[in-house]
Design a protein around this ligand. Structure first.
Ligand code: SF4
Length: 439
């Protein structure tokens, strides 16, 4: 086999989609004889799977490329490739950052990784494979081994063109995977012992929206719910405009669908939402939250929000804070706006001073920490269903699992309950997790 005995190290930046792409690249290379390395120094092939959605992970990717250039000098036989969104966006321009780079591979071409590695291995110089191919959704092998939780991509790309977002440019237009393939992959994972499935897509709830012959998103959820042995289903990331009444009702009647919805709102001001081209208003968003909570009152709602978008006034920002107080999110992923080359917003002045962006971010995070802590403390005394994932990374001698609402719980327990669903009494709510005792 082409990669027999060779070791591969993958450094991943960014979101769950990227983590899943890295898992699939490793699985693909494993099927060609490669195996994993724990650090770049011991690897024959080093991949940096980049993210261009925000400035910070992109800068981190450039900084690691500097270190890899040094490593290539010490070990010229090592093959170094850049994958992911920065690869798609910058393409051959990446050789300006790292002249010793061996290849660049966009997210639409990861199925070609073994072939590209072979080309480099046999003397090909500077291979650059980017762009998206028409035709069927490319299937990659499943990562091996039993995992309690596994991600399954059901769609890729995005048609929404939010004015700040580079995803449609670097991940292409929406493409949904045939439901029969999705269901077959999930059945196979569940047969191997997986209990929880996370359905992935940049705009996951727009699944097959333009294909009348395919299952709708809620129909797909119902089919997955009926797979024997599956314990939990989650999905991310949803767009408010594609959250249909039928999907909302699914939270109420599908037993395996967890009571957690990640629903980015990005801003609380209609003026900002319009410039962002979000295609929903704050009123639309609040109506969805109300409807979700009518169906499942204890549903956990998490979101993404951005501060410092061009033209965001103090009054606009106050509306974001006010929306947070009304909704009381269970958790929030908050970011400062940074212009992404190639987006519409990047053509506008980035007119919010860095200090103001930082102040707004900190105010928002202080508020969210208070809300999260208050909600976590309220759970003390309740009994929760917890899926045990492994040993706690932060609390010695304890094991760690998640509630259906996606809260982390640490508690005492033995190896016999690993991978099982157990009942845990919550004894204390902390800032980022819960403590509990096995019932
Ligand atoms: S919905 Fe908007 S923010 Fe989300 S991936 Fe698509 S363009 Fe980007």
């Amino acid at each position: 086999m082409a990669g027999a005995g060779k070791r591969v190290y993958i450094k991943t930046f960014g979101c769950q989609m990227n983590e899943h792409d890295s898992e699939q690249m490793l699985a693909l290379l494993t099927s060609h004889g490669y195996h994993g390395a724990t650090c770049p120094e011991e690897a024959d092939v080093i991949l940096v799977n980049t993210c261009a959605v925000r400035e910070k992970p992109e800068q981190k990717a450039y900084s690691i490329m500097g270190r890899l250039h040094q490593l290539k000098r010490d070990n010229p036989r090592a093959i170094v490739g850049i994958t992911g969104c920065v690869a798609e966006q910058r393409g051959e321009g990446l050789w300006d950052h790292m002249s010793s780079l061996d290849f660049v591979l966009g997210p639409g071409k990861i199925h070609r990784l073994p072939e590209v590695l072979h080309a480099v291995d046999t003397g090909g110089d500077g291979v650059c494979a980017t762009g998206f191919e028409d035709g069927p959704f490319v299937h990659l092998p499943l990562p091996r081994g039993c995992r309690v939780r596994a991600s399954v991509t059901i769609m890729q790309g995005c048609n929404n063109f939010c004015s700040y977002c580079i995803v449609p440019a670097v991940r292409g237009r929406e493409r949904s995977r045939p439901s029969k393939d999705v269901l077959a992959e999930i059945k196979s994972l569940v047969e191997q012992g997986t209990k929880e499935i996370l359905l992935l897509g940049q705009n996951v709830n727009a699944y097959a929206k333009h294909d009348p012959a395919e299952l709708t998103f809620p129909q797909l959820l119902a089919k997955i719910n009926a797979i024997p042995g599956i314990e939990r289903i989650r999905f991310t990331t949803s767009h408010p405009k594609d959250l249909t009444e039928e999907t909302i009702r699914s939270f109420g009647h599908l037993k395996r669908l967890c009571e957690h919805c990640h629903l980015p709102f990005q801003a609380g001001s209609n003026a900002v939402l319009e410039r962002m081209n979000r295609r929903h208003t704050r009123e639309d968003y609040l109506a969805l939250v109300q409807r979700l909570r009518e169906v499942v009152p204890h549903l956990s709602i998490t979101a993404d929000v951005m501060v410092g978008f061009p033209g965001e006034s103090e009054a606009d920002f106050s509306q974001t804070m006010e929306l947070m107080q009304v909704v009381e999110f269970d958790a929030l992923f908050s970011f400062k706006y940074s212009p992404r080359a190639g987006t519409r917003a990047a053509q506008w002045p980035d007119d919010i001073a860095p200090a103001a962006k930082q102040r707004r971010l900190e105010s928002l995070q202080v508020l969210q920490r208070e809300i999260t802590l208050k909600k976590n403390r309220r759970l003390a005394g309740e009994i929760k269903e917890v899926l045990v994932e492994g040993y706690s990374r932060h609390v010695p001698d304890q094991i760690m699992g998640r509630t259906r609402c996606n809260r982390i719980v640490n508690f005492a327990g033995g190896p016999d309950i690993m991978g099982k669903v157990v009942q845990v009494r919550i004894t204390e709510g902390l800032q980022n997790s819960l403590r509990g005792e096995l019932c």
